[in-house]
Design a protein around this ligand. Structure first.
Ligand code: UDP
Length: 470
């Protein structure tokens, strides 16, 4: 296993195990490799198996193509050391608590890599949520890059909240960031400070200050004022959206890999080809958080009442659970079969990039939000948890590219079919939101191309690494 890289820099990249973290980390890996840095990409064994053997169109040895094209990049596995990686929501506390288990395996890996490689490891690039990574880099005298996979607003809110004493029940004001009600704060700021998740995240935000660089999966044209307001305290470099360049109109032949998915993907292209431009709303609530059957029924009836075409990714709550059709109101599939397609999973990027899609009814996960923006699609926000309420507030009130169907104050209730139908129509017919989303899509294209802010930021991190190592 030899890593050379043209710059003599060898970075190991450690994502938090989870699809929404691994996918952008893989894009970051490819971008750093294209700057001449040798990359060892570290996954827990189960994720390694999925990515190298996945049956999805995207997963087939995700980095093989990059290697064929001369990028020095390889996947390695460390032993499985986290519980419930694939049912994380049920075991979220346990999962967060055991993230520290990765540290000793990564340390061992670095030792082995240094014995077997002409270019020793010089840098650890790790998910900000892995609070052990920056101290480990310091201990081993390596450089560290902390990778924040969410937006900078949520970073800044978390950073400032852990700096200051939190005042229960107050409206939080953070320089450069839109006002948030307490109910819309990220999960870790709503929990008691003694809660495991709150403690783990607090530690991450203590250690992130010691990182040599912090990079975020966002872009300057979206959050420039937040980034600048944060500069007084710390520098965060926006390097996103980290999506496969094939979807960003970049003429980079090295990047044909779509991503990774451990689920079988339904191909919706043929179905979409028969629909008029912008006539279909895409409905998906991410890979992780559950939704009640009553709410699923109301969404079904709302989609039916809206009269719009739809593709709905309806996950089964668990493998033991009955077929998807049994979660839907009686007769729904039959009655909507001319204009609706319900699938267990699809390639979201492929669907969102199809011209028949006109809007995205979403849980506002950050990857989904960036993907929607990259294709200029307005969003109907139905957040379910974690930091999604904050994202949804930004989408609706700050960037004005969507509507907010649910806020953090609504978590005990069910949003009814009439409200859903009305908002689907408002979304699909709302010209201003669409124009704002299309403007941001154009900004994305400028930022990610050669010389754009995201590309230049990545270049300065790569240059900084080289400079510190000489
Ligand atoms: N996704 C997908 N197919 C689907 C639904 C989702 O490929 O049918 C992908 C989507 O493109 C995104 C990720 O799953 O990259 C979901 O990440 P996000 O941060 O939006 O939400 P999470 O799953 O972490 O809640």
């Amino acid at each position: 296993m030899e890593c050379e890289g043209k710059t003599g820099i060898h970075a190991i990249i450690v994502p938090m195990p989870g699809q929404g973290h691994i996918n952008p980390a893989m894009q970051l890996a490819k971008k750093l490799a294209s700057k001449g840095i040798a990359i060892t990409f570290v996954l827990t064994q189960s994720w390694h198996n999925i990515i190298t053997h996945a049956h999805s169109s995207a997963g087939v040895n995700a980095f093989a193509h990059a290697r064929n094209l001369g990028l020095d990049i390889r996947l390695v596995a460390i032993p499985d050391c986290l519980p419930g990686e694939f049912e994380r929501w049920n075991k979220l506390h346990e999962f967060f608590q055991s993230l520290d288990n990765m540290e000793s395996h990564v340390e061992e890996l670095i030792k082995n890599l240094n014995q077997s490689n002409p270019t020793p490891v010089s840098c650890i690039v790790a998910d900000t949520m892995l609070g052990w990574a920056v101290p480990l880099a310091k201990k081993l005298r390596l450089l560290s890059v902390s990778f924040w996979t969410q937006n900078v607003s949520v970073f800044s809110i978390t950073y400032h909240s852990y700096l200051a004493e939190r005042q229960a029940g107050s409206v939080i004001h953070i320089p450069g960031v839109t006002h948030l009600q307490p109910a819309d704060l990220p999960l870790w700021l709503k929990l008691s400070p003694d809660d495991v998740i709150a403690r783990v995240v607090a530690r991450c935000f203590q250690t992130v200050r010691e990182a040599d660089w912090v990079v975020a999966n966002s872009f300057q044209g979206l959050e420039g004022h937040v980034v600048e307001a944060l500069w007084e305290k710390m520098r965060v470099y926006c390097v996103g959206p980290l999506l496969p360049s094939a979807y960003l109109d970049l003429s980079d032949p090295r990047d044909s890999v779509v991503g990774t998915s451990y689920r079988v993907e339904m191909d919706c292209t043929q179905w979409l080809d028969d629909k008029a431009p912008k006539s279909v709303i895409y409905v998906s609530f991410g890979s992780l958080l559950p939704m009640s059957i009553t709410q699923i029924e109301e969404i079904a009836m709302g989609l039916k009442e809206s009269d719009y075409n739809f593709i709905w990714v309806l996950r089964r709550p668990s493998n033991e659970c009955a077929e998807v059709s049994s979660m839907l109101p009686y007769g729904f599939l039959n009655e909507t079969k001319q204009r609706g397609l319900v699938v267990p999973w699809c390639s979201q990027l492929k669907v969102l990039s199809h011209p028949s899609i006109g809007g995205f009814f979403s849980h506002c996960g950050w990857n989904s939000t960036l993907e929607s923006i990259a294709f200029g699609l307005p969003m109907l926000g139905f957040p379910l948890g974690i930091e999604q309420f904050a994202n949804c507030k930004l989408i609706a009130d700050e960037w004005k590219i969507g509507l907010r169907l649910r806020s953090g104050d609504d978590t005990n209730g069910v949003i009814g079919r009439n409200e859903i139908a009305e908002n689907v129509r408002r979304l699909m017919e709302g010209e201003e939101m669409r124009r704002a989303a299309e403007r941001l899509r154009d900004v994305v294209k400028m930022e990610v191309r050669k010389g754009g802010t995201s590309d230049s930021n990545l270049e300065s991190v790569a240059d900084g690494l080289k400079a510190k190592l000489i």
